[in-house]
Structure formats: structure tokens, C-alpha cells
Design a protein around this ligand. Structure first.
Ligand SMILES: NC(=O)c1ccc[n+]([C@@H]2O[C@H](COP(=O)([O-])OP(=O)(O)OC[C@H]3O[C@@H](n4cnc5c(N)ncnc54)[C@H](O)[C@@H]3O)[C@@H](O)[C@H]2O)c1
Length: 439
């Protein structure tokens, strides 16, 4: 164990470490809050000056952290946000939570992680622990980040320490939050893993050590591929069972009574969020290096991305039966977020559904109590709408109302009473109604 390692260990144990979190989004900010709640001093770094200013003024932009809490931490001088990355030199621990999206060719876009690593390398000094939390393919930490970090001559595992620990945040989950979700940790060397574990043991209910950064990277991908494949499976079964006049929701409910060997996944209008539609393709890319095609991932992606079109086609059929064409039909989408009771619209199937309806000449409006405006989406540059008020008049004057996200605040009985046609993609309406179709 090096001198730096022992010194950092002492600092972590006594909570004297200064923690720097890079990327203050859905993952970074809850992590900041957790460290603060457990008595650490934290600096949050972000390239977005609006986020930095907002936080320093005590205004939170995500629901995980309240303005009151934030102001308390600022007053105690336990927290501050910064866009000046020279401040990284003063940190003992640097945790990276920047985006890892796909590029237009569905290949991993590691530019955020690599840019951040280059910035860290500029200020890296002895005794620092660097942890990557962003989801990525196996090999990112040791093959991509490490060469950048050692350029200045510091020795990994002796002078500085490097680990990967995947974030498992589940927005909107009331049972689990950052602090109560066990955390997998893989170090570049055993000592790197030990120090990272020591750190997270101070704030997280349980840590799960694994033998390397690559194993930790693969764990996260397995979790998300598992979800993607199972969601695709029930989406496909939904279509097959529907042709057999069998309600998939009833099937899933009954199957869930099996106490072992089965866990329920639910069909929907497609899949959304930053993780499930994106992360599996990180492995698809990397698997090419070992000359093996990721068939399950690709097939699941194909089925899931087809689902928004299925919803649109079901709506067209239902309107046809009412002697209505899609052109100029008034379509009201309920729910823009990719899942219930949250405000995150990234990769949301509602966006795809809206844009396909618009392409077909429909007049589209949406309501989402959590998303007042729909604009600025990279894949849908033309979409710029504001959430309309959900009134009986609006429902009555719509040709079709699509329940795309089953937010709990919606009064579904009232919606069915007032809308001429409801297309329910989430089983929000349990009883059979003449004006409701499942899609
Ligand atoms: N959102 C989730 O539920 C979730 C769950 C598990 C894992 N993840 C993973 O966590 C990572 C972050 O996701 P997120 O949802 O928090 O993203 P986000 O878009 O909400 O936040 C990312 C933040 O990083 C900032 N940023 C971008 N480039 C930067 C740079 N070079 N330096 C500093 N800051 C920079 C952005 O301004 C933004 O504030 C991704 O890899 C994602 O796959 C997300």
C-alpha cells in the first residue's frame, strides 16, 4: 500500500475528503446530495453555466433535491457548484457522471467521458481517486481513460487511484434511491477497488466489490440488456396475443403468481429513458472487436423501436372504423415522459409517436403535468409544443386520446367518459369500454 493510499484512506474514514462530482444531471446531482447528507464537502462541476448558476443561487432543477435542502448546504458552505475545472486539483475524490449517448450511427459517443478525462489529467495530482460512474462498454476505464490519465507520469494504483462503479439510479422509484441501491465497484488495482469501496461504504447501504473495472462495466450492461430483451419479449407477445384475442396484461398478472423463475415485464408504446434504449448498443459496438454479433440486443432494439409505429397503426385502424382519416385528425397525447410520474423525456416513445402522427398530417397536442414544453430534442428538431390544459372540452374535441404514459395524477374514468376514442398503451384502463382500445 502506497503512502498516498494510506493518506487517502485516513481522509475518507474521517470524511475529510473533498468530493468533486463532474456532471450535475439526473445521476450526478442525487449523488452530490447523498454525499452532503452524510457530512462530506462537495463541489459539483458542470460545463453548463445555467446549471452552475442555478445551483449556486439555491435553485434546484430536478426533483431529487429540494430548494430548501440545497440552500441549507450552501449556507453551511458544504456545497458549491463550479464551471472552473482548475478546482479539480483541490479535490481528493473525482466522480464522473457525464452523458454516454449514442451517435447518429448508433455507435457509442464517448466524447464526454474522454473530454472529462483529459480535463482531469490536466489537474491530476498524487493522492486522488477518480471514479467513472457513466454507463459504458467494458474496457473504457482501463483502455480509454487510463492512457490519458498516466500521460503526466503519475502511477495508477500508487500515486493515484482509478475505479468504475456503475450508477443504478431509477428515476421515480419510491422504494429505492441512490443511498439504498447496492453499488458494484471494480478497481483498476486491488488498492483502487479497496479505496473506492471505502468511500462508497460511507454513503451507500451495501457495496459489491468485483475483480476489475471491466467486470463492473459489464455488470451494468447485463442489467440493462436484460431489461431491454424482456421488454421486447412482452411487446412481441402483446401483438401475438392480441391476434388471438388474449389480453397480455391478464396473462402477465396471472404468470406473476409464480413464486420462482418468473419476473414480470410490461409491454408499452416502446422504450425510453437514457439507459435501456442506449446502453445495450455499447456492447454491440465493443463485441465487434471479439467478432461476435449481439443478436439478442439487436432484435430487442428492433422490436422495441417498432412499437410507436404499432400504436399509430392501431389508432389509424380505430379511426378508420369510425370513418375518420388520420389527415387532420385531432390527436391528444397524454404523457410525454418515458415513464409514469417523472419529468424525463429522453428517448421517450411519446416523441416518436407524436412525430409520426404529425408526418401523417394529424393535428397533435399533448398534455403532461411534468413536462410543460416539448422542444430541443436532438432527434426531433421540428417538435416545439407546449402542454395543453386537460379539460373535458379538449377531450371531447379530440378524435383520439393516446395514453402514452400512465401518470398517477390522471383521472382515467373521467378521461374515458369524455374522450370519443382512447388508445391505451399502458393498461391504465382496466375495464372493457367501447371507446377504449389497447395498443
Ligand atoms: N438517468 C438515469 O436514470 C441513469 C441511470 C443509470 C446510469 N445513468 C448513466 O449516468 C450517466 C449520466 O447520465 P445522466 O442521466 O445524469 O445525464 P444528464 O444529461 O442528466 O447529466 C449529465 C450532466 O453532465 C454535464 N456535462 C456534459 N459534458 C460535461 C463535461 N465535459 N464536463 C462536465 N459536465 C458535463 C451536462 O451539462 C449535464 O448536466 C450516463 O452515462 C448514463 O448512462 C443514468
Amino acid at each position: 500500500m502506497s503512502q498516498e493510499s494510506s493518506a487517502l484512506e485516513r481522509k475518507i474514514r474521517s470524511k475529510q475528503v473533498r468530493v468533486g462530482v463532474i456532471g450535475l444531471g439526473y445521476v450526478g446531482l442525487p449523488l452530490v446530495k447523498l454525499f452532503l447528507t452524510k457530512g462530506f464537502r462537495v463541489t459539483g462541476f458542470d460545463i453548463d453555466p445555467k446549471k452552475v448558476n442555478s445551483l449556486n443561487k439555491g435553485r434546484s432543477y430536478i426533483r431529487h433535491i429540494s430548494t430548501l435542502e440545497l440552500r441549507g448546504f450552501l449556507k453551511k458552505k458544504a456545497f458549491r457548484a463550479s464551471g472552473d475545472f482548475a478546482g479539480l486539483r483541490n479535490m481528493d475524490v473525482i466522480i464522473i457522471c457525464v452523458p454516454t449517448p449514442l451517435d447518429v450511427h448508433k455507435n457509442p459517443d464517448l466524447s464526454y467521458v474522454l473530454e472529462t478525462t483529459r480535463v482531469i489529467a490536466r489537474y491530476l495530482r498524487k493522492g486522488q481517486l477518480v471514479v467513472l460512474e457513466s454507463t459504458t462498454y467494458p474496457g473504457t476505464t482501463d483502455e480509454e481513460m487510463l492512457p490519458i490519465l498516466i500521460k503526466g507520469g503519475l502511477r495508477p494504483g500508487r500515486d493515484f487511484f482509478l475505479a468504475f462503479s456503475p450508477e443504478r439510479e431509477d428515476p421515480g422509484n419510491k422504494s429505492f434511491s441512490t443511498g439504498t441501491i447496492p453499488k458494484v465497484i471494480g478497481g483498476l488495482t486491488p488498492d483502487c477497488g479497496r479505496l473506492a469501496r471505502l468511500l462508497y461504504d460511507q454513503i451507500i447501504i451495501r457495496t459489491v466489490p468485483v475483480s476489475s473495472t471491466r467486470v463492473a462495466e459489464a455488470v451494468k450492461l447485463l442489467e440493462n440488456i436484460f431489461r431491454s430483451v424482456n421488454i421486447a419479449l412482452v411487446n412481441e407477445l402483446k401483438i401475438i396475443f392480441e391476434r388471438m384475442d388474449i389480453d397480455i396484461w391478464e396473462v402477465i398478472q396471472a404468470a406473476s403468481s409464480k413464486p420462482f423463475g418468473y419476473m414480470p415485464f410490461y409491454p408499452g408504446p416502446g422504450y425510453g429513458g437514457h439507459c435501456i434504449p442506449v446502453d445495450p448498443f455499447y456492447l454491440t459496438y465493443k463485441a465487434k472487436e471479439v467478432d461476435y454479433p449481439t443478436k439478442f440486443i439487436e432484435l430487442a432494439g428492433e422490436i422495441n423501436t417498432r412499437m410507436p409505429y404499432y400504436v399509430v397503426n392501431k389508432t389509424i385502424d380505430a379511426l378508420n372504423r369510425r370513418d375518420k382519416s388520420m389527415r387532420n385528425a385531432r390527436i391528444l397525447i397524454l404523457g410525454l415522459a418515458y415513464k409514469k410520474d417523472i419529468d424525463d423525456t429522453r428517448e421517450s416513445p411519446s416523441l416518436k409517436i407524436m412525430s409520426v402522427f404529425l408526418e401523417k398530417g394529424a393535428r397533435v397536442a399533448y398534455n403532461d403535468p411534468y413536462v410543460p414544453r416539448c422542444a430541443g430534442h436532438r432527434e426531433y428538431p421540428g417538435l416545439d409544443l407546449r402542454s395543453v390544459a386537460l379539460t373535458a372540452k379538449r377531450l371531447k374535441s379530440s378524435d383520439a386520446v393516446i395514453i402514452a404514459t400512465n401518470h398517477s395524477v390522471y383521472d382515467y374514468k373521467w378521461i374515458v367518459r369524455n374522450a370519443p376514442l382512447v388508445v391505451d398503451t399502458r393498461n391504465a384502463i382496466k375495464r372493457k369500454r367501447k371507446n377504449v382500445i389497447k395498443a
